[in-house]
Design a protein around this ligand. Structure first.
Ligand SMILES: [Zn+2]
Length: 219
């Protein structure tokens, strides 16, 4: 019987289109924009919260596996439910599934990206972030209303993704890996963050590795 172990997945997440994950509004500073993206409070660099990756992958897979629970995440707690086993059963405290198997860490700039951002700032005086001004059209009067400003990370920006998969003694890791591969594909085929239906948030995973070894994601 196989021993319990942790498999570490690493990948580079590349923004194919502009990515927008909203930050907290907070008190608005003078000259700040309406809808800032989320940033590391210390470095001020944009990042992707692990909870954003987890939440989006979970909801895609819930749809794929028909585990829709009204408008709430699946909490069936059944041992054959890939959602509850991998992501944790929502609001179910009586399950016997053991620990949530997938842990998503916050995704920060890759080392190369940090260097590119530093150069961009040095040479152009700007970071890899843009502000888009969008008009909202009033559908009754057909007039443009107060335009809103949306901050987003520019295409080509790269973040380092770290996901840990816990496999308990005797469990079939290939089942877990197949679902994880599907989850990554769903993220690539849909979008991350907000305004996906308007073209934001298309992403791609590159250099996907399991415990440091290249993974072709076919399980
Ligand atoms: Zn479930």
């Amino acid at each position: 019987m196989s021993e319990a172990r942790v498999i570490n997945l690493t990948a580079v997440l590349e923004c194919v289109t502009g990515l927008r994950i909203g930050g907290s509004e907070g008190p608005l500073a003078v000259g700040s924009i309406d809808n800032p993206i989320i940033r590391d409070p210390v470095t001020r660099e944009p990042y992707i919260p692990g909870s954003s990756l987890k939440g989006k992958m979970r909801s895609c897979l819930e749809r794929a596996y028909n585990k829709i629970n009204g408008d709430r995440p699946c909490g069936c707690g059944e041992p054959d439910c890939p959602i509850c086993v991998l992501f944790g059963p929502h609001f179910n405290t009586r399950h016997r599934l053991g620990p949530t198997r997938l842990l998503f860490r916050d995704a920060f700039y890759t080392a190369e990206q940090r260097e590119r951002a530093r150069k961009l700032m040095q040479e152009m005086g700007q970071e890899p972030v843009e502000v888009k001004t969008e008009n909202i059209i009033n559908r009754v009067t057909n007039q443009a209303q107060h335009p809103r400003q949306m901050e987003r990370v520019i295409p080509g920006t790269e973040f380092e993704v770290n996901i840990s998969l816990i496999v308990l003694r005797g469990e079939d890791e290939n089942w877990f890996l197949r679902i994880l591969a599907e989850g990554l594909k769903w993220l690539e085929d849909t979008y991350l963050g907000s305004s996906g239906s308007r073209g934001y948030g298309k992403i791609r995973f590159k250099d996907v590795r399991l415990d440091g070894k290249p993974w072709d994601r076919i399980v």
